[in-house]
Design a protein around this ligand. Structure first.
Ligand SMILES: Cc1cc2nc3c(=O)[nH]c(=O)nc-3n(C[C@H](O)[C@H](O)[C@H](O)COP(=O)(O)OP(=O)(O)OC[C@H]3O[C@@H](n4cnc5c(N)ncnc54)[C@H](O)[C@@H]3O)c2cc1C
Ligand code: FES
Length: 271
Protein backbone atom coordinates (compact mmCIF):
# COMPACT_ATOMS: atom_id res chain seq x y z
CA UNK A 1 0.00 0.00 0.00
CA UNK A 2 1.52 3.34 -1.05
CA UNK A 3 0.73 6.82 0.17
CA UNK A 4 2.11 7.34 3.71
CA UNK A 5 -1.28 8.26 5.16
CA UNK A 6 -1.31 11.48 7.21
CA UNK A 7 -3.05 11.25 10.62
CA UNK A 8 -6.73 10.38 10.67
CA UNK A 9 -7.81 11.81 14.03
CA UNK A 10 -10.50 10.22 16.16
CA UNK A 11 -13.79 9.74 14.25
CA UNK A 12 -17.03 9.95 16.18
CA UNK A 13 -20.36 8.27 15.47
CA UNK A 14 -23.52 10.08 16.55
CA UNK A 15 -27.15 10.69 15.65
CA UNK A 16 -27.38 14.39 14.79
CA UNK A 17 -30.39 16.63 14.34
CA UNK A 18 -31.10 18.31 11.02
CA UNK A 19 -31.28 22.04 11.73
CA UNK A 20 -31.61 23.48 8.23
CA UNK A 21 -32.26 22.25 4.70
CA UNK A 22 -31.44 24.67 1.89
CA UNK A 23 -32.32 23.95 -1.75
CA UNK A 24 -29.46 25.21 -3.94
CA UNK A 25 -30.67 23.78 -7.27
CA UNK A 26 -33.32 21.20 -8.28
CA UNK A 27 -30.97 18.28 -7.48
CA UNK A 28 -28.67 19.95 -4.96
CA UNK A 29 -29.34 20.57 -1.28
CA UNK A 30 -27.31 21.95 1.58
CA UNK A 31 -27.98 19.94 4.73
CA UNK A 32 -27.08 21.46 8.10
CA UNK A 33 -26.67 19.19 11.13
CA UNK A 34 -26.28 20.22 14.76
CA UNK A 35 -22.64 19.56 15.66
CA UNK A 36 -22.05 17.42 18.73
CA UNK A 37 -20.20 19.04 21.62
CA UNK A 38 -16.44 18.99 21.08
CA UNK A 39 -16.64 17.81 17.46
CA UNK A 40 -13.14 18.23 15.95
CA UNK A 41 -12.89 20.88 13.26
CA UNK A 42 -12.59 19.00 9.96
CA UNK A 43 -9.85 19.86 7.49
CA UNK A 44 -10.78 20.73 3.89
CA UNK A 45 -11.40 17.52 1.95
CA UNK A 46 -12.24 15.42 5.01
CA UNK A 47 -15.58 13.68 4.91
CA UNK A 48 -18.21 11.93 6.99
CA UNK A 49 -20.41 8.92 6.35
CA UNK A 50 -24.09 9.85 6.65
CA UNK A 51 -27.33 7.93 6.88
CA UNK A 52 -30.81 9.35 7.34
CA UNK A 53 -32.50 7.65 10.31
CA UNK A 54 -36.21 6.98 10.60
CA UNK A 55 -38.75 6.27 7.86
CA UNK A 56 -37.93 7.90 4.49
CA UNK A 57 -40.21 10.77 3.43
CA UNK A 58 -40.21 9.65 -0.22
CA UNK A 59 -41.56 6.50 -1.91
CA UNK A 60 -38.72 4.04 -2.54
CA UNK A 61 -38.40 2.01 -5.75
CA UNK A 62 -36.14 -0.58 -4.10
CA UNK A 63 -34.53 -1.12 -0.71
CA UNK A 64 -32.19 1.17 1.14
CA UNK A 65 -28.42 0.91 0.90
CA UNK A 66 -26.73 -1.23 3.52
CA UNK A 67 -23.85 1.19 3.95
CA UNK A 68 -23.72 4.78 5.14
CA UNK A 69 -22.61 7.09 2.30
CA UNK A 70 -19.59 9.41 2.18
CA UNK A 71 -19.95 13.21 1.86
CA UNK A 72 -17.31 15.93 2.11
CA UNK A 73 -17.69 18.53 4.82
CA UNK A 74 -18.91 21.71 3.18
CA UNK A 75 -18.93 23.80 6.34
CA UNK A 76 -18.21 23.50 10.06
CA UNK A 77 -18.67 26.48 12.35
CA UNK A 78 -18.57 24.89 15.81
CA UNK A 79 -22.36 24.66 16.21
CA UNK A 80 -23.25 23.13 12.86
CA UNK A 81 -21.90 20.92 10.10
CA UNK A 82 -22.95 21.42 6.48
CA UNK A 83 -22.97 18.94 3.60
CA UNK A 84 -23.79 19.60 -0.04
CA UNK A 85 -25.93 16.73 -1.30
CA UNK A 86 -26.30 16.03 -5.03
CA UNK A 87 -29.22 13.64 -5.64
CA UNK A 88 -28.06 10.69 -7.71
CA UNK A 89 -29.79 7.72 -6.06
CA UNK A 90 -31.79 6.50 -3.08
CA UNK A 91 -29.73 7.65 -0.11
CA UNK A 92 -28.97 11.10 -1.49
CA UNK A 93 -32.70 11.55 -2.32
CA UNK A 94 -33.64 10.60 1.24
CA UNK A 95 -31.08 12.97 2.74
CA UNK A 96 -32.21 15.80 0.47
CA UNK A 97 -35.85 15.48 1.53
CA UNK A 98 -35.28 15.52 5.29
CA UNK A 99 -36.91 18.22 7.39
CA UNK A 100 -35.52 20.08 10.40
CA UNK A 101 -35.77 17.86 13.47
CA UNK A 102 -35.02 14.63 11.55
CA UNK A 103 -32.00 12.59 12.61
CA UNK A 104 -28.92 11.64 10.60
CA UNK A 105 -26.23 9.22 11.70
CA UNK A 106 -22.79 10.70 11.14
CA UNK A 107 -19.43 8.98 11.34
CA UNK A 108 -16.49 11.36 11.03
CA UNK A 109 -14.39 13.24 10.46
CA UNK A 110 -12.83 10.68 8.13
CA UNK A 111 -10.00 10.99 5.67
CA UNK A 112 -6.45 12.24 5.96
CA UNK A 113 -5.64 15.62 7.43
CA UNK A 114 -3.84 17.72 4.81
CA UNK A 115 -2.17 20.71 6.49
CA UNK A 116 -0.99 21.73 2.98
CA UNK A 117 -4.56 22.95 2.41
CA UNK A 118 -4.06 25.92 4.67
CA UNK A 119 -1.64 28.75 4.01
CA UNK A 120 -1.20 32.08 2.35
CA UNK A 121 -1.36 33.20 -1.26
CA UNK A 122 -3.74 32.66 -4.13
CA UNK A 123 -5.93 29.56 -4.16
CA UNK A 124 -7.72 28.28 -7.24
CA UNK A 125 -10.66 25.95 -6.57
CA UNK A 126 -11.89 23.83 -9.47
CA UNK A 127 -15.25 22.08 -9.01
CA UNK A 128 -17.15 19.83 -11.38
CA UNK A 129 -20.79 19.14 -10.37
CA UNK A 130 -21.01 17.62 -6.89
CA UNK A 131 -17.29 18.47 -6.64
CA UNK A 132 -18.61 21.73 -5.19
CA UNK A 133 -19.09 19.69 -1.97
CA UNK A 134 -15.79 20.44 -0.20
CA UNK A 135 -15.39 23.99 -1.54
CA UNK A 136 -17.03 25.69 1.45
CA UNK A 137 -14.14 24.72 3.71
CA UNK A 138 -11.46 27.08 2.41
CA UNK A 139 -12.57 30.53 3.59
CA UNK A 140 -11.06 30.00 7.03
CA UNK A 141 -7.75 28.53 5.84
CA UNK A 142 -5.81 31.78 5.39
CA UNK A 143 -5.61 31.82 1.58
CA UNK A 144 -6.30 34.88 -0.50
CA UNK A 145 -7.48 35.71 -3.02
CA UNK A 146 -9.63 32.61 -3.62
CA UNK A 147 -10.98 31.97 -7.13
CA UNK A 148 -13.57 29.31 -7.92
CA UNK A 149 -14.01 27.69 -11.32
CA UNK A 150 -17.30 25.78 -11.26
CA UNK A 151 -18.63 23.61 -14.08
CA UNK A 152 -22.00 21.93 -14.63
CA UNK A 153 -23.57 20.09 -17.56
CA UNK A 154 -26.38 22.64 -17.98
CA UNK A 155 -28.34 25.37 -16.22
CA UNK A 156 -30.67 22.92 -14.47
CA UNK A 157 -27.80 21.72 -12.26
CA UNK A 158 -26.27 25.11 -11.59
CA UNK A 159 -26.17 26.54 -8.10
CA UNK A 160 -27.06 30.26 -7.85
CA UNK A 161 -24.46 33.01 -8.02
CA UNK A 162 -25.31 34.39 -4.57
CA UNK A 163 -24.33 31.10 -2.94
CA UNK A 164 -21.19 30.72 -5.05
CA UNK A 165 -19.99 34.22 -4.14
CA UNK A 166 -19.90 33.13 -0.48
CA UNK A 167 -17.27 30.51 -1.35
CA UNK A 168 -14.63 32.63 -3.08
CA UNK A 169 -13.54 36.17 -3.91
CA UNK A 170 -13.95 35.50 -7.61
CA UNK A 171 -16.33 33.00 -9.21
CA UNK A 172 -16.14 31.77 -12.81
CA UNK A 173 -19.07 29.44 -13.64
CA UNK A 174 -19.23 27.26 -16.75
CA UNK A 175 -21.92 25.10 -18.33
CA UNK A 176 -21.06 22.55 -21.04
CA UNK A 177 -23.92 23.78 -23.27
CA UNK A 178 -23.87 27.48 -22.38
CA UNK A 179 -27.40 27.38 -20.94
CA UNK A 180 -26.42 28.70 -17.49
CA UNK A 181 -24.79 31.80 -16.06
CA UNK A 182 -21.12 32.28 -16.88
CA UNK A 183 -19.27 30.84 -19.87
CA UNK A 184 -20.05 28.04 -22.31
CA UNK A 185 -17.58 25.17 -22.19
CA UNK A 186 -15.65 22.94 -19.84
CA UNK A 187 -14.28 24.16 -16.57
CA UNK A 188 -10.83 22.95 -17.67
CA UNK A 189 -10.81 25.70 -20.33
CA UNK A 190 -11.04 28.17 -17.47
CA UNK A 191 -8.28 26.36 -15.59
CA UNK A 192 -5.96 26.48 -18.60
CA UNK A 193 -6.59 30.22 -19.00
CA UNK A 194 -6.03 30.91 -15.29
CA UNK A 195 -2.76 28.98 -15.29
CA UNK A 196 -1.50 30.96 -18.28
CA UNK A 197 -2.28 34.33 -16.63
CA UNK A 198 0.54 36.51 -15.25
CA UNK A 199 1.00 36.78 -11.50
CA UNK A 200 1.92 34.46 -8.64
CA UNK A 201 1.14 30.79 -9.17
CA UNK A 202 -1.92 29.64 -7.21
CA UNK A 203 -2.32 26.45 -5.24
CA UNK A 204 -4.99 24.46 -7.09
CA UNK A 205 -7.57 22.20 -5.42
CA UNK A 206 -9.81 20.18 -7.69
CA UNK A 207 -12.83 17.97 -6.99
CA UNK A 208 -15.11 16.35 -9.54
CA UNK A 209 -15.31 13.46 -12.00
CA UNK A 210 -12.15 11.44 -12.78
CA UNK A 211 -11.76 13.03 -16.24
CA UNK A 212 -11.63 16.49 -14.68
CA UNK A 213 -9.03 15.41 -12.11
CA UNK A 214 -6.84 13.90 -14.83
CA UNK A 215 -7.02 16.96 -17.04
CA UNK A 216 -6.35 19.27 -14.09
CA UNK A 217 -3.29 17.13 -13.24
CA UNK A 218 -2.02 17.39 -16.83
CA UNK A 219 -2.49 21.16 -17.01
CA UNK A 220 -0.89 21.80 -13.61
CA UNK A 221 2.04 19.51 -14.37
CA UNK A 222 2.70 21.35 -17.65
CA UNK A 223 2.97 24.64 -15.77
CA UNK A 224 4.62 23.33 -12.63
CA UNK A 225 1.67 24.39 -10.44
CA UNK A 226 0.95 22.65 -7.14
CA UNK A 227 -2.31 20.68 -7.30
CA UNK A 228 -4.36 18.66 -4.81
CA UNK A 229 -7.27 16.51 -5.97
CA UNK A 230 -10.14 15.00 -4.02
CA UNK A 231 -10.74 11.51 -5.41
CA UNK A 232 -13.99 9.55 -5.35
CA UNK A 233 -14.37 5.80 -4.92
CA UNK A 234 -16.97 3.37 -3.69
CA UNK A 235 -16.51 3.03 0.05
CA UNK A 236 -17.58 0.42 2.57
CA UNK A 237 -15.77 0.75 5.92
CA UNK A 238 -14.30 4.24 5.41
CA UNK A 239 -11.56 3.25 7.87
CA UNK A 240 -8.87 1.69 5.71
CA UNK A 241 -9.75 -1.94 6.42
CA UNK A 242 -11.82 -3.41 3.58
CA UNK A 243 -9.83 -2.02 0.58
CA UNK A 244 -13.05 -1.45 -1.41
CA UNK A 245 -11.95 2.14 -2.11
CA UNK A 246 -8.41 1.38 -3.28
CA UNK A 247 -7.32 2.99 -6.54
CA UNK A 248 -4.12 2.67 -8.57
CA UNK A 249 -1.36 5.08 -7.59
CA UNK A 250 0.85 6.67 -10.18
CA UNK A 251 4.08 4.68 -10.47
CA UNK A 252 2.56 1.45 -9.16
CA UNK A 253 0.82 0.19 -6.05
CA UNK A 254 -2.53 1.31 -4.74
CA UNK A 255 -3.86 3.88 -2.29
CA UNK A 256 -7.01 3.79 -0.15
CA UNK A 257 -9.17 6.80 -0.86
CA UNK A 258 -10.75 6.71 2.62
CA UNK A 259 -7.59 7.00 4.72
CA UNK A 260 -4.70 7.88 2.38
CA UNK A 261 -7.02 10.48 0.80
CA UNK A 262 -9.53 11.45 -0.34
CA UNK A 263 -7.22 14.41 -1.00
CA UNK A 264 -4.01 13.50 -2.81
CA UNK A 265 -1.23 15.56 -4.33
CA UNK A 266 -2.17 15.76 -8.02
CA UNK A 267 1.05 14.08 -9.12
CA UNK A 268 0.78 11.00 -6.91
CA UNK A 269 -2.69 9.46 -7.38
CA UNK A 270 -5.26 9.18 -10.11
CA UNK A 271 -8.72 7.67 -9.99
C1 LIG B 1 -14.84 10.99 -0.26
C2 LIG B 1 -16.17 11.23 -0.94
C3 LIG B 1 -16.79 12.47 -0.78
C4 LIG B 1 -18.03 12.70 -1.39
N1 LIG B 1 -18.58 13.93 -1.21
C5 LIG B 1 -19.78 14.18 -1.76
C6 LIG B 1 -20.41 15.45 -1.55
O1 LIG B 1 -19.90 16.34 -0.88
N2 LIG B 1 -21.64 15.64 -2.12
C7 LIG B 1 -22.25 14.67 -2.88
O2 LIG B 1 -23.37 14.90 -3.34
N3 LIG B 1 -21.66 13.48 -3.11
C8 LIG B 1 -20.46 13.20 -2.54
N4 LIG B 1 -19.87 11.96 -2.75
C9 LIG B 1 -20.58 10.96 -3.57
C10 LIG B 1 -21.69 10.31 -2.74
O3 LIG B 1 -21.11 9.52 -1.71
C11 LIG B 1 -22.55 9.42 -3.64
O4 LIG B 1 -23.18 10.21 -4.62
C12 LIG B 1 -23.60 8.71 -2.83
O5 LIG B 1 -23.01 7.69 -2.08
C13 LIG B 1 -24.69 8.13 -3.71
O6 LIG B 1 -25.60 7.41 -2.89
P1 LIG B 1 -27.07 7.06 -3.42
O7 LIG B 1 -27.61 5.97 -2.54
O8 LIG B 1 -27.89 8.29 -3.53
O9 LIG B 1 -26.83 6.57 -4.89
P2 LIG B 1 -26.43 5.11 -5.41
O10 LIG B 1 -27.68 4.38 -5.75
O11 LIG B 1 -25.45 4.45 -4.48
O12 LIG B 1 -25.67 5.52 -6.72
C14 LIG B 1 -26.26 6.33 -7.73
C15 LIG B 1 -25.23 6.55 -8.83
O13 LIG B 1 -24.07 7.23 -8.32
C16 LIG B 1 -22.89 6.43 -8.54
N5 LIG B 1 -22.05 6.52 -7.33
C17 LIG B 1 -22.44 6.26 -6.07
N6 LIG B 1 -21.41 6.42 -5.21
C18 LIG B 1 -20.35 6.78 -5.94
C19 LIG B 1 -18.98 7.08 -5.64
N7 LIG B 1 -18.48 7.04 -4.41
N8 LIG B 1 -18.17 7.42 -6.67
C20 LIG B 1 -18.63 7.45 -7.93
N9 LIG B 1 -19.91 7.20 -8.29
C21 LIG B 1 -20.75 6.86 -7.31
C22 LIG B 1 -23.41 5.01 -8.75
O14 LIG B 1 -22.57 4.27 -9.61
C23 LIG B 1 -24.74 5.24 -9.43
O15 LIG B 1 -24.58 5.43 -10.80
C24 LIG B 1 -18.63 11.70 -2.17
C25 LIG B 1 -18.01 10.46 -2.35
C26 LIG B 1 -16.79 10.23 -1.74
C27 LIG B 1 -16.12 8.91 -1.93
S1 FES C 1 -13.62 2.01 2.38
FE1 FES C 1 -12.76 0.30 3.39
S2 FES C 1 -10.62 0.61 3.01
FE2 FES C 1 -11.52 2.41 2.23
Amino acid sequence: MKGGAPPLGQPLMAGLEVIRVQALAPATTLLWLKAPEGFPKPFPGQFAKLRALGPPQIPLKGGRALLDKPFSFHGADGDSLAFLIREVGTETAILATLSPGAKVRLTGPLGAVRPELSGKGPLLLVAGGAGLGPMGMFRAQGFGPISLLYGERDASFQVGQGFLRGLADRVLPFTDDGSGHGEKGLVTQGLERELKADGPKPLVFCCGPPGLLREAARLCRERDVRLYVSAEAFMACGLGICLSCSIPAKGGGRVRVCVDGPVFPGDTAFP
